[in-house]
Design a protein around this ligand. Structure first.
Ligand SMILES: [Zn+2]
Length: 79
């Protein structure tokens, strides 16, 4: 059985801390928001460990990529 003092080695976030599904990654330690997350180049569900540029804490980030579609009618209608 894992003890509580064992360090987390993969993504594990408390859903009550506002760290889930944000528009940008948020440092769990100091709250810094990362608006340049595209630089991490993560695919959907991909996990990475990064170090906070403000407080030096390391934390896990998981990307949630959603695909959306737009449509518009053609001038020629049905074919
Ligand atoms: Zn930080």
């Amino acid at each position: 059985m894992a003890s509580n003092s064992e360090p987390k080695r993969s993504f594990s976030a408390d859903p009550t801390m506002g760290l889930i599904s944000n528009p940008q990654p948020v440092c769990p330690s100091c709250g810094r928001e990362y608006h340049d997350a595209w630089e991490l180049d993560l695919d959907d569900g991909e996990e990475s460990e990064i170090q906070c540029a403000r407080c030096d804490a390391t934390f896990f980030v998981v990307a949630h990529i959603s695909t959306t579609y737009s449509t518009s009618e053609t001038p020629w209608g049905r074919r």
